[in-house]
Design a protein around this ligand. Structure first.
Ligand SMILES: NC(=O)c1ccc[n+]([C@@H]2O[C@H](COP(=O)([O-])OP(=O)(O)OC[C@H]3O[C@@H](n4cnc5c(N)ncnc54)[C@H](O)[C@@H]3O)[C@@H](O)[C@H]2O)c1
Length: 286
């Protein structure tokens, strides 16, 4: 996709971090914007920023982990703009914690936000894009954690490996029917955003203050781990340019941290050579 002017972008996770940066760059490129997020005050701030840049914007507060809420939000987007040219599924959360300690409600929460929300939006928007018969793009934000395995955050890995696989498999099916939709999956390393504030975005149906896990040492350590890795990530300033360059060049895998590429190769080599995860290898890395 080379020309973005007057095209409609539907963007989840627009209130903070990557989403806000992408929204601002889309506004500079004169796109029309439909912005979704669960954090309404921060979403309104993003909307004001893009409106100040001259963009036509629809602000849709919505919890993407709730399929009914996503469908209601998309109804509003289609009523306002009549279609969607670029769908970016960016909303996400990070929940560190050992597999057997993380409450099941947290497993459900992260899989709904990081993975199923991408299913909900694509199920609605792909038929719209096919009907439009104009060139379109879908970009799912996964993570390097969808290509590499590391200790300390199995739920995040599960959600992001699923996002990568979902995007790859959907790309095949779209190619097979000759759809004019370019697909992308973004797999960044650690970047300085608000991602370690995940607890502020916990919907009430995933909350249970009586569960002792949330006052445990394991929970506190997980929070500290998330804050450490995110605040020590790379600056966010190049992310929006990277996204738009990938959209322009039709790059399927969007890798932002080339220093991780050898680890991706190591993992694939380990799989085909009958290897297994070895925590001693990870000790120097994570
Ligand atoms: N920052 C990193 O190091 C990093 C690395 C790899 C991948 N990612 C991914 O990038 C994406 C954006 O994350 P970020 O780093 O900008 O973090 P962020 O916290 O700054 O932004 C995430 C956004 O998602 C929104 N969100 C959370 N739950 C939601 C829900 N239920 N419904 C609607 N919106 C919801 C938040 O309000 C927030 O605006 C995520 O998918 C994340 O997993 C981030």
């Amino acid at each position: 996709m080379k020309d973005f002017k007057n095209k409609v972008m539907l963007l989840t996770g627009a209130a903070h971090g990557f989403g806000r940066e992408i929204a601002k760059e889309a506004a500079r490129r004169e796109m029309k914007l439909a912005l979704l997020d669960i954090d309404e005050p921060a979403l309104q701030e993003t909307s004001k920023m893009v409106a100040d840049l001259g963009a036509e914007v629809l602000t849709v507060p919505a919890d993407v982990s709730d399929e009914d809420a996503v469908n209601a939000a998309i109804d509003k987007v289609l009523a306002k703009f009549g279609g969607v040219d670029v769908l970016i599924n960016d909303a996400g959360i990070a929940l560190p914690g050992r597999m057997w300690e993380l409450p099941t409600r947290d497993w459900e929460w992260i899989l709904h936000v990081n993975t199923l929300s991408q299913v909900y939006t694509m199920k609605r928007i792909i038929p719209v894009m096919l009907e439009q018969k104009t060139h379109a793009a879908i970009l799912n934000v996964a993570s390097i954690a969808g290509l590499l395995d590391t200790p300390g955050m199995p739920a995040y890995h599960a959600s992001k490996f699923a996002s990568v696989g979902l995007t790859e498999a959907t790309a095949y099916d779209l190619q097979r029917i000759g759809a004019d939709i370019q697909m992308h999956v973004m797999c960044p390393g650690f970047v300085q955003t608000d991602l370690y504030h995940t607890e502020q975005h916990r919907p009430t149906r995933y909350a249970d203050a009586t569960d002792p896990y949330y006052s445990s040492e394991a929970f506190k350590k997980g929070q500290q781990f998330a804050q450490y890795v995110i605040t020590n990530g790379t600056p966010i300033d190049t992310i929006a340019d990277t996204v738009f360059k990938a959209l322009e060049d039709n790059t399927f895998y969007i890798l932002t941290h080339p220093e991780y590429n050898p680890l991706i190769s190591d993992r694939v080599n380990r799989i085909v050579n009958n290897g297994a995860p070895d925590v001693h290898v990870m000790d120097g890395i994570m």
